[in-house]
Ligand binder design. Structure first.
Ligand code: PGA
Length: 258
């Protein structure tokens, strides 16, 4: 059974209330054993956030990592360094990395190998631009992103995939539930076609792109996804925790867990 996740991607931001205050509120909130909560702060805060969360089930994630394990690579951070600072997972191939920093499918694949070698859980981000959607090429595009990752996933049992349409990120325009349902089906097929069977059956697929406490009911109602990757709304502990509450409430209503 795929696990449920809620991931906060702070990007290059600090929560206005302060990182310590944010973490304290998340730590103090009622735990939801059915959802793995992850906070992905900018690199310099990882160790601090990890120290504040010691003993809590909330996990720490990196937002990216180097393709390499060491070397003269000014400004880069290796997956093992993230792990040593307390991270247990890493976002790989976020569309901001792909579009603003030139990360190709090949670079993403090398990063996935680095993440597997450091025994971290990869959160592979895929998603199409508005142009690709308008041209009706979403399925083929996502298939390429997914297939190109196939040989780089190591032997991990825990792999997370985040479907994040680029046109929905930070725009206030989320994908509709029917779009999500119609896209996640082909994503699962692409995974089954190109990844080892064991990974395909455990794979959690998250949605990201303008997720808020106000729209998670309809997004979650598709039944197609296993959680959310949240940017803007993850910078406020109250809004982030109300997404977590919404996931729990929906599950209770559906009779599928606590
Ligand atoms: P957003 O960002 O929630 O601000 O749209 C999501 C993401 O980029 O992961």
């Amino acid at each position: 059974m795929p696990k449920h996740y809620l991931i906060a991607n702070w990007k290059m931001n600090r929560p206005p209330e302060g990182a310590d205050q944010f973490v304290e509120k998340v730590r103090a909130a009622a735990p939801d054993p059915a959802t793995t909560v992850v906070i992905a702060p900018p690199f310099p805060f990882i160790a601090q956030v990890a120290a504040s969360l010691r003993g809590s089930p909330v996990r720490i994630g990196g937002q990216s990592c180097s393709t390499e394990s060491r070397g003269a690579l000014t400004g880069e951070v290796s997956a093992a360094m993230l792990r040593d600072c307390g991270a247990t997972c890493v976002l790989v191939g976020h569309s901001e990395r792909r579009t603003l920093f030139g990360e190709t499918n090949e670079i993403v694949a090398r990063k996935l190998t680095a993440v597997a070698e450091a025994s971290l859980v990869p959160v592979l981000c895929v998603g199409e631009s508005a142009d690709i959607r308008d041209r009706g090429e979403v399925v083929q595009f996502l298939h390429e992103q997914i297939a190109s990752a196939a040989g780089s996933l190591g032997d991990s049992d825990e792999i997370v995939l985040a479907y994040e349409p680029i046109w929905a990120i930070g725009t206030g325009r989320n994908a509709t539930p029917s779009m999500i349902a119609a896209t996640v089906g082909p994503i699962r097929e692409a995974v089954r076609a190109s990844w080892p069977e064991r990974m395909a059956s455990n794979l959690s697929i998250l949605y990201g792109g303008s997720v808020t406490p106000e729209n998670i009911d309809s997004l979650w109602s598709t039944g197609a996804i296993d959680g959310f990757l949240v940017g803007g709304a993850s910078l406020d502990s109250g809004r982030f925790l109300s997404i977590l509450d919404g996931m729990r409430d929906r599950r209770v209503q559906a009779g599928t867990g606590s």
